[in-house]
Design a protein around this ligand. Structure first.
Ligand code: DO4
Ligand code: MG
Length: 284
């Protein structure tokens, strides 16, 4: 059981996804539940969704559906250097500042940065971008937490933290430009509520990059490789911060392509996370 959004007519419709079908929910039935975020923030989203199910509405088979990013008004944040693979790759790319990556990997306080606002988020199937002034770009496949305004993790989705390695490598103070630019954050396609997610440590994350219909890079990791817990990342994000609409938090990458790899226009990026699905975007 999962939740998402699809486009019907000129507006987004919240759907419950079950056994290959996307069932539209009638958001007029419960005045306290107007959005997907409201639904996820209820004590039992699956039961709330059952009460909103319109038995007469037609369900769509999900293989023919294009999902929208499952975001409403949440800010999108990201954590960094939460996997050893990311620490090592960053130490290699930024020789002069290598020590800071080791320091943040082992420190109690994680690296957290604002990645996107909702309007900047790229929908599943839409193009992500590489910067024209970057020479070394990669996707970062990341488990993404859906967090309620009260700081509770209510679901999981997939995020792509597109990054310019040469810009970050030149100087870590360029991180905002390496990370936050037009088309640099894709999210989706579905949210799996916490109750329906497999045990996190065994969850596999897979990155597949195709170029001209051939595999250009393929890599996998598991959440067991993450050096921090999702709960601690969420707690740190909410310290001295308020999120009236909740937040989404990308939890860092454990897959980094080899140093001679850079994304190119026309590449196709697929990120698969067990228990959630596949987020696929072409590169503009
Ligand atoms: O320190 C830079 C950002 C790291 C990051 O985005 C990651 O580890 O996923
Ligand atoms: Mg990242």
């Amino acid at each position: 059981m999962q939740f998402g959004k699809i486009r019907r007519g000129d507006r987004d419709t919240v759907v419950m996804v079950d056994r290959g079908l996307a069932v539209p929910l009638d958001m007029e039935r419960n005045p306290a539940v107007k959005t997907l975020a409201d639904l996820l923030n209820t004590p039992d989203p699956v039961k709330t969704a059952a009460d909103l199910t319109d038995m007469l509405a037609t369900a769509d088979r999900i293989d023919g559906v294009v999902f929208r990013a499952p975001i409403d008004k949440q800010e999108v944040w990201a954590a960094g250097v939460t996997y050893k693979r990311s620490k090592i790759a960053r130490e290699e790319e930024s020789v002069g500042a290598a020590q800071f990556y080791d320091k943040v990997y082992t420190a109690p306080r994680p690296e957290l940065f604002l990645k996107a606002t909702p309007a900047r988020v790229v929908h599943p199937g839409a193009p992500v971008r590489i910067r024209a002034d970057a020479t070394w770009s990669v996707p970062e496949p990341e488990l993404t937490l859906v967090i309620s305004p009260a700081g509770k993790i209510v679901g999981y989705t997939i995020g792509n933290d597109m990054s310019s390695r040469d810009i970050e490598g030149e100087n870590p103070l360029y991180l905002p430009q390496a990370k936050i630019y037009k088309g640099s954050c894709a999210i989706g396609p579905l949210v799996t509520p916490v109750s329906h997610m497999p045990e996190l440590p065994v969850v596999e994350i897979k990155l597949l990059i195709r170029r001209a219909n051939k595999v250009a890079f393929e890599g996998t990791t598991t959440l067991a490789q993450m050096a921090r817990t999702v709960e601690s990342l969420s707690e740190w994000l909410f310290k001295e911060n308020e999120f009236p609409h909740g937040a989404m938090l990308l939890t860092g990458t454990g897959i980094v392509p080899p140093d001679d790899f850079t994304l190119a226009s026309g590449d196709d990026v697929s990120i698969t996370i067990a228990g959630i699905g596949t987020l696929r975007n072409p590169v503009a």
